[in-house]
Design a protein around this ligand. Structure first.
Ligand code: GRF
Length: 230
């Protein structure tokens, strides 16, 4: 007997490129999740039309049309429950969620953030990473907790920061990694291979088949000595 696919609702506010990466991954017959709807809190989000053209149910629940955040969140909740959503995947969703909503979806809501958490939470991540002079940047997928950009980390990807990078060039490099990371992390979460245990993600135990460490700049690339070379 095959395990039923997890039903995923995606929350967006804008462009929706991560949303598209999830929709596209979920087309594979063996992907463990299906995207049942996309909800935007902004009526003019570009991602809405993109979802529709992919044949995915997409709608706006306008954050500004409600008297309170709670009323807005009740509408979200109703929509997701009506569609039998198991997991909410936030993908560029820019509205703060109340602790009450986060609690209702405890361990059933995930998010992608364009930094190596817990560094650079919040907005303007790439500007701040460049200001701090970090040599390696990246992105994280995590389980959502009430505090912004916090919660057990499911998966991360690292990219180098290059000389002359601008926030835009760094963002573009990180975004490419996001598009590969998010479908992978959602699959791990949907299958339970990545499960919350004691506010951390336990597992998955997989063999390391790539470089065990990412060096940037590469060891020995300029005048530094690569300790692996004799
Ligand atoms: C991504 O960088 C995501 O990590 C962040 O907001 C951006 C959304 O981009 N939370 P898109 O809407 O997925 O293209």
């Amino acid at each position: 007997m095959t395990t039923p696919k997890k039903r995923v609702g995606i929350l967006i506010s804008g462009r929706g490129s991560n949303m598209l990466s999830l929709i596209s991954a979920a087309r594979a017959p063996d992907y463990p999740a299906e995207i049942v709807c996309v909800v935007s809190n902004r009526p003019n989000a570009e991602g809405l039309a993109k979802a529709q053209s992919e044949g995915v149910l997409a709608c706006t629940i306008d954050g500004k049309a409600f008297d309170s955040r709670e009323a807005f969140e009740d509408a979200l909740d109703t929509q997701f429950k009506r569609l039998g959503v198991d997991i909410i995947a936030c993908a560029g969703f820019m509205k703060l969620l109340t602790p009450g909503f986060v609690k209702r979806w405890h361990d059933r809501m995930i998010n992608i953030h364009p930094s190596l958490l817990p560094s650079f939470k919040g907005l303007d991540t790439h500007e701040r990473a460049l200001e701090a002079g970090v040599k390696i940047a990246g992105c994280s997928v995590h389980v959502v907790r009430a505090e912004v950009d916090s919660g057990p980390i499911i998966a991360q990807a690292a990219v180098p920061v290059l000389e002359g990078d601008t926030p835009e060039s760094l963002a573009a490099r990180v975004l490419e990694a996001e598009h590969r990371l998010y479908p992978h992390a959602l699959a791990l979460f949907a299958t339970g291979q990545a499960a919350v245990s004691g506010e951390r993600i336990a597992g998955p135990q997989v063999p390391i088949n790539q470089e065990k460490a990412l060096f940037w700049p590469p060891l020995g690339s300029i005048s530094g000595r690569d300790p692996n070379q004799t």
